[in-house]
Ligand binder design. Structure first.
Ligand SMILES: Nc1nc2c(ncn2[C@@H]2O[C@H](COP(=O)(O)OP(=O)(O)OP(=O)(O)O)[C@@H](O)[C@H]2O)c(=O)[nH]1
Ligand SMILES: [Mg+2]
Length: 324
C-alpha cells in the first residue's frame, strides 16, 4: 500500500491534507493512492449543499458543523469555489467564518479551486471526498454554488443533496431550469427570518408536484436561520430520514454502483485528456505534419498505439514522501 494511503487511513490529518494536494496537482501517485483507499471508505454520510451565491450556504455549513460536533460527530468539509480560489471575497469570508473550527481535530475544512485542473474540479472534489471517507469522518459536507453542469457533477458524489433557497429571491424557477430540482433530496429554506417563507414553500411543493410526483422519495423542506443558529436539529433529522430511506429502499447501494460505474469512464476520460493535451504540446508528429512527412491518420494511430502500450500507471508505488 502507498505510504500516504496507509497514513491517512490511520487518521493522520497531515497525510490527508497532502493526499488532497496530490489530487489537485495531479501527482504521479494519485491513482495509486485512490486505488489503495478505494475499499477503505468508512461509510461517511456525504451531504452536498448547493444553492445560489449568497444563499447562506457557508453560514449554514458553519452552524451545522457546530451542531454535529455537539453530537460528537466528526466532520470533513470540501468547499468548492468555482470562481476564484484565492482572491475571492466569498472564500475569504468563509475562511474567517470557519476559522473557529480550525483548532478542532474533529473537523477538517478544505477549499478547492479550479486552478490547474483540466476542467477537473468535479473529479478532484469527488476524489477528495473519497480520501476524507477513508480517513474516517462521520459526516462529509460538500458546499458548492449551484450554477452549472460541473456543480451538478460534484453533487453526484453526495448521498444527500440539499438545495438552499431563500424566501423572496425567485430562486425556485432558476433552480428548476438548472436541473437542480431533479437531484435535490431535500430543500433548505435558509433566511427563514425573512418574509415570504410560506410562498416559497408553496412554490417548492408546486415544482415537486411536477418533477417528483411519482418519486419514491419526495424531498422534504427544512427551515433554517443560520444567523440565529436555528433549524439545525430539524435539518439533521431530515438528513437521517433520507439516509434511512437510502438504506431501506436499496437506492443507496444502487446510487453507489452508478457512481462507481461512471467513475471508471471518468478516470479513463481524464487520463486520456491529460495525455492528449501533452501530445498537443510536445508530440513529435507535429513537426512531421509540418514537413508533410506523415498523414493525420497514421499519426493518430501511432498516438493511440502509444497510449495502449503505456497505459496509466495505477500500480505505481512511490513511497518517498515528496511534498506535493
Ligand atoms: N437574514 C439572514 N441572513 C443570513 C442568514 N444566513 C446567512 N445570512 C447572510 O447572508 C449572507 C451570505 O451568506 P453566506 O453564508 O456567505 O452565503 P453563501 O451561500 O455561502 O455565499 P457564496 O459562498 O458567496 O455563494 C451573509 O451576509 C450572511 O450573514 C439567515 O438565516 N438570515
Ligand atoms: Mg459560501
Amino acid at each position: 500500500m502507498h505510504d500516504l494511503a496507509k497514513k491517512l487511513i490511520d487518521k493522520d490529518m497531515r497525510a490527508l491534507a497532502r493526499g488532497i494536494s496530490y489530487l489537485e496537482n495531479d501527482h504521479a501517485d494519485k491513482l495509486a493512492i485512490l486505488k489503495d483507499v478505494h475499499d477503505q471508505g468508512k461509510g461517511a454520510h456525504i451531504i452536498g449543499i448547493t444553492g445560489s451565491p449568497g444563499a447562506g450556504k457557508s453560514s449554514l455549513v458553519n452552524r451545522f458543523i457546530q451542531y454535529l460536533r455537539l453530537k460528537k460527530l466528526t466532520v470533513g468539509i470540501v468547499a468548492v469555489d468555482p470562481t476564484s480560489p484565492f482572491s475571492g471575497g466569498a472564500l475569504l469570508g468563509d475562511r474567517v467564518r470557519m476559522a473557529e473550527h480550525f483548532t478542532d481535530p474533529g473537523v477538517y475544512i478544505r477549499s478547492m479551486g479550479t486552478r490547474g485542473s483540466l476542467g477537473g474540479l468535479a473529479r478532484t472534489t469527488k476524489e477528495a471526498v473519497r480520501l476524507m471517507d477513508a480517513y474516517g469522518f462521520d459526516v462529509i459536507l460538500v458546499e458548492t454554488v449551484g450554477v452549472g453542469q460541473s456543480e451538478l457533477d460534484i453533487m453526484k458524489v453526495a448521498d444527500t443533496t440539499a438545495v438552499v433557497l431563500n424566501p423572496g429571491s425567485g430562486d425556485v424557477v432558476q433552480v428548476f431550469k438548472a436541473g437542480i430540482m431533479e437531484i435535490a433530496d431535500l430543500f433548505i429554506i435558509n433566511k427563514a427570518d425573512l418574509p415570504g417563507v410560506s410562498k416559497l414553500m408553496t412554490e417548492i411543493e408546486g415544482m415537486l408536484d411536477l418533477v417528483k410526483h411519482d418519486a419514491a422519495w419526495r424531498p422534504p423542506i427544512a427551515q433554517t436561520i443560520s444567523t440565529e443558529n436555528k433549524g439545525m436539529e430539524s435539518l439533521w433529522t431530515l438528513v437521517q430520514k433520507h439516509a434511512e430511506y437510502l438504506k431501506e429502499s436499496g437506492e443507496g447501494e444502487r446510487k453507489k454502483t452508478r457512481i462507481l460505474q461512471e467513475e471508471v469512464l471518468e478516470v479513463v476520460h481524464y487520463e486520456l485528456m491529460k495525455r492528449l493535451q501533452k501530445e498537443q504540446q510536445t508530440g513529435s508528429w507535429r513537426d512531421q505534419i509540418e514537413r508533410r512527412e506523415i498523414d493525420p491518420y497514421t499519426a493518430a494511430s501511432q498516438i493511440l498505439k502509444e497510449f495502449i502500450d503505456d497505459p496509466a500507471d495505477v500500480e505505481r508505488q512511490d513511497t518517498t514522501t515528496k511534498e506535493g
